[in-house]
Write a protein that binds this ligand. Structure first.
Ligand code: ZN
Length: 887
């Protein structure tokens, strides 16, 4: 039982430098899945920068068995230290350098939290960010304590022939009774969260990279033997990332060896441990017949992301966890730049904005809203959020755009040079940018401290006689928990004026002597600003927030014809897509409102017209065309409803989708026929775009499935030589009430049952199917032998897909969807609180829904508050309930 909030929050303002610094760490592991012994030797010394001299030595530790404790070789008696569930405290230590030896034991097999040292598929592996190292040994487990590590791993040779840790392999040998050992040395100082080890029977796929300065780096990707043919794409992506970072940021890799290990049981996507990345196998293994285009793109992005961390995160790390976005926002931005460089820039931008709007905007508008740099937390695991990552990346992008590519690069050079080997803050990063560019970015810092999505209200007026076009822009950020009053933030508003012929008109502000052609950026600083464009001979259509130049919401009273014009002609490809989405959104919301007041939803005429035009002349970039032909999803549409009525929204979107399917049937067939055959599978932007387009057409054909569509879908399902096409067919079948559905699902499982990553797709497709009976379907999937509550990928595939990608079934009127979710959270709470807490998210928005759903969600949150024991879930529930939670 939890009473109020038993776990005290940690506050940014309470930060104090560590009392003791660590120079070297010597770790010796006697690895055993049942009980692993860890001997740790720490070379410590008082920190001259500490607040007070002679402070006690405080080490973190959780669920450890303490076997031995020595200071400078002398055993410490029980009276000279204290130990509780979280800490080991030695009140008196020497006022000079000293050595502490700690011996502990930990039980990897019993570790279901998947933090610290645990077992996965016969391997031993670790996950230490943010606070997992304290489950391995007593240690100053905070990111501002950096040290050089020597690690000796000892294990049974037969079961664990491969023994890996960070850095370079420096020695190895035989032990007694069939055991062997390997020693690793990492020459770069690092905090404990970047520590990693892996032990197991693994196959090594190798490659090589020559750095710009001519150094040879060995690339090793470890996987189980049967997955060895799925490593190529990740290794190719790694080399692309290494080259790109050299060319774009002048950053070279620094060790002689780069290792990646695929792990099946993993809470996160991947982890950037120095020289030894651990990856959720989902984000590293790919073969054309088992992985989709989306998987290929994700792998490229995640491999890049973890690699880029070597400089933004590892060489320069965070002073404390409040600075998480220092490494994550910057690295997500670098990852986005990389993805854009590897494929279509416009599509990469659309996809990143889609993620932002799908996950971050709702977070920023709800009870769990927090700034990019939070000011307090109870459980730091709860702050690995879209705000810290995605919005953090948007803030870095604004800085990049404000300084220009060269100015940003100069600022980053300064940052790398000045802070290499140190643990720093967001301020340090911005200061480096300021100094290198001689700019004052003071006001930009507000983006890190103020939560909420700024709303931009834009109004215009045209004076034909004077040839002037006036824009009035007002910004307003809604109140968020603990931040009732908001200050204006600097907003770079990239914009253009589009003429009747579709071309950009010259932009000349009043008082300027020359016009700018194309896009220009209006930098907003105040609550209200006015701009007058002169010299116009026709009424322009404003194209606002081009390329999504700031993470804000734009309110402008576009007429349908204006949106249609922009959707067809805007020179900015992102805004061309955006105009179509806005048109669709406006009409879908109007339809939902009609349904809510007892009417019937239909396919709105402007939508039919827009899609007809798109089908007649799709954009040249096939991937862009595919995105333009997709209706905004229900989750994003819901955010624009005053009170969310999931049934009305679903009815409205379904009416449009089936209407488009029915009325434009010939167009869908033609589109599919034109783009279907892409030849042998290649992961190249053009082929990816064509598959996306053909499969979008298939999805529409299956929205109103006649015999021909069903036959075509089954044929594609059976004949596809790649997972992208096969899965697209299966998804369409699983979402339709057709006789072929069970046959296809069974055949798919039959074929792929021994392949856990493919089975995850099979589970997710069924959990996300909008067909009636969703709750029962999910319950059946949870009873299926392929499901396991201890594997986070399976939980995400079934429960995550159901609660986050199946609004029609999750929000079932009787509340059964909410009940199911809360049951799973409670079951996971004691085993893996990190995953349990993430699942609470969909319930946190309860206040936004129509009354009966609001009450049903609230009831489940109350039940969680009563029964959940972990601080992770407790914090999420307390924040969701707001003031009520403190009763
Ligand atoms: Zn990261």
């Amino acid at each position: 039982m939890r009473e109020g909030s038993p776990h005290a929050p940690v506050r940014l303002t309470d930060y104090q430098p560590p009392a003791y610094l660590l120079d070297t760490v010597d770790l010796h592991f006697q690895l055993d899945p049942g009980r692993t012994r860890v001997r740790s030797q720490l070379a410590l010394r008082p920190n001259p920068a500490a607040e007070e001299a002679g402070a006690p030595l405080v080490l973190h530790g959780r669920e450890l068995e303490l076997l031995r404790l020595e200071l400078d070789g002398e055993a410490l008696t029980r009276a000279t230290y204290s130990v509780d569930a979280e800490r080991l405290i030695i009140p008196e230590v020497p006022d000079r350098p000293f050595t502490l030896t700690v011996e502990t034991a930990t039980r990897p097999e019993a570790n279901t939290a998947l933090e610290g040292l645990y077992t996965s598929g016969g391997k031993l592996c670790t996950q230490c960010e943010p606070e997992g190292f304290r489950r391995i040994t007593y240690f100053p487990d905070r990111p501002d304590v950096l040290a050089c590590y020597t690690v000796t791993l000892e294990a049974e040779r037969e079961e664990y022939p491969v023994l890996l840790a960070n850095g370079n392999r420096v020695a190895a040998g035989e032990g007694e009774e069939g055991r062997h050992w390997v020693r690793w040395e990492d020459p770069f100082p690092k905090p404990s969260y970047l520590f990693a080890l892996v032990a197991g029977d693994l196959t090594c796929c190798t490659d090589r990279f020559t750095t710009a300065s001519g150094r040879e780096v060995d690339l090793h990707l470890y996987t189980e033997a049967h997955n060895a043919d799925r490593a190529d794409h990740a290794l190719t992506s790694l080399k692309q990332a290494m080259r790109w970072d050299e060319e774009t940021y002048g950053r070279e890799y620094d060790l002689d060896l780069y290792q990646i290990v695929a792990v099946d049981d993993f809470n996160m996507g991947a982890m950037e441990n120095k020289g030894l990345n651990l990856f959720n196998s989902q984000f590293v293994l790919a073969r054309p017949d088992t992985a989709t285009d989306a998987d290929y793109a994700n792998i490229q992005a995640v491999v890049g992301h973890e690699y880029f961390h070597n400089w933004t995160g590892n060489r320069i790390t965070c002073r404390d966890w409040f600075q998480l976005s220092l490494k994550e926002g910057l690295t997500v931005f670098r990852e986005q730049q990389f993805s854009a460089a590897m494929g279509s820039e416009a599509v990469a931008r659309i996809d990143s904005v889609d993620r932002l709007r799908g996950a971050q905007f709702p977070e920023d508008a709800g009870p769990t809203a927090h700034p990019v740099r939070p000011s307090e937390y109870v459980e730091i695991n709860n702050f690995y959020t879209p705000t810290v990552y995605e919005k953090g990346a948007e803030v870095v992008r604004m800085l990049h755009n404000a300084l220009g590519p060269e100015g940003f690069r100069a600022g980053c050079d300064r940052y790398f040079e000045r802070f290499d080997g140190r643990a720093v803050t967001v301020e340090d990063f911005i200061t480096a940018l300021e100094e290198a560019n001689d700019r004052d970015l003071r006001q930009f810092r507000r983006w890190y401290t103020q939560a909420g999505t700024p709303q931009l209200e834009v109004r215009s007026s045209f004076d034909a006689e004077a040839g002037t076009f006036d824009l009035c822009v007002r910004q307003h950020t809604p109140a968020t928990p603990d931040q009732p009053h908001k200050e204006p933030v600097p907003i770079p508003l990239a914009m253009g004026l589009v003429g009747a012929d579709g071309a950009d008109l010259p932009l000349q502000l009043e008082g300027e002597s020359e016009a700018v052609h194309g896009t220009r950026v209006l930098l907003l600083h105040y609550e209200e600003e006015r701009f007058r464009f002169t010299g116009l001979t026709e009424e322009p259509i404003p194209s606002l927030l081009r390329g999504f130049s700031a993470p804000v919401e734009v309110d402008y009273p576009y007429r349908d014809a204006e949106l249609a014009h922009l959707a067809g002609h805007d020179g900015d490809l992102f805004n061309r897509w955006e105009a179509g989405q806005r048109l669709a959104r406006t009409h879908l919301l109007a339809q939902a409102e009609a349904v809510g007041s007892g009417g019937e939803a239909v396919l709105p005429d402007p939508l039919r017209a827009a899609f007809t035009r798109l089908l007649e002349a799709p954009p040249a970039d096939a991937a862009l065309a595919a995105r333009a032909l997709m209706l905004p999803d229900e989750g994003q549409l819901a955010e624009y409803m005053e009170t969310i009525d999931p049934d009305a929204l679903h009815a409205a979107r379904e009416a449009a989708r089936t209407g488009l399917a029915r009325e434009l049937r010939d167009g869908w067939w033609a589109l599919r026929d034109r783009f279907r055959d892409t030849g042998p599978y290649r992961f190249e932007p053009e082929a990816v775009g064509q598959r996306a387009l053909a499969n979008t057409a298939l999805a529409y054909l299956m929205a109103e499935p006649d015999e021909a569509a069903r036959a075509a879908c089954m044929e594609q399902f059976r004949q596809a030589d790649n997972m992208t096409d096969q899965l697209a067919a299966l998804r369409a079948l699983a979402a339709a009430d057709v006789p072929e559905r069970p046959e296809a699902l069974d055949a798919f499982y039959e074929r792929w049952q021994d392949d856990p990553l493919v089975v995850d797709k099979w589970l997710a497709i069924q959990a996300a199917s909008p067909l009636p009976g969703g709750v029962e379907r999910v319950q059946a999937l949870m009873d299926h032998p392929a499901f396991s509550l201890t594997n986070p990928n399976k939980v995400r595939a079934v429960i995550g897909a159901f609660a986050m990608r199946n609004p029609a079934q999750f929000h079932r009127p009787d509340g059964a969807g909410y009940r199911l979710l809360a049951d799973v959270v409670l079951e996971l709470d004691g085993r893996n609180p990190q995953i349990a807490a993430r699942l609470v998210k969909p319930l946190t928005r309860w206040r936004r829904f129509v009354p009966e759903r609001e009450a049903a969600m609230h009831a489940e949150l109350e039940r969680l508050r009563e029964r959940a024991g972990s601080p992770d879930v407790g914090e999420m529930v307390d924040r969701a309930l707001g003031d009520e939670g403190e009763a």
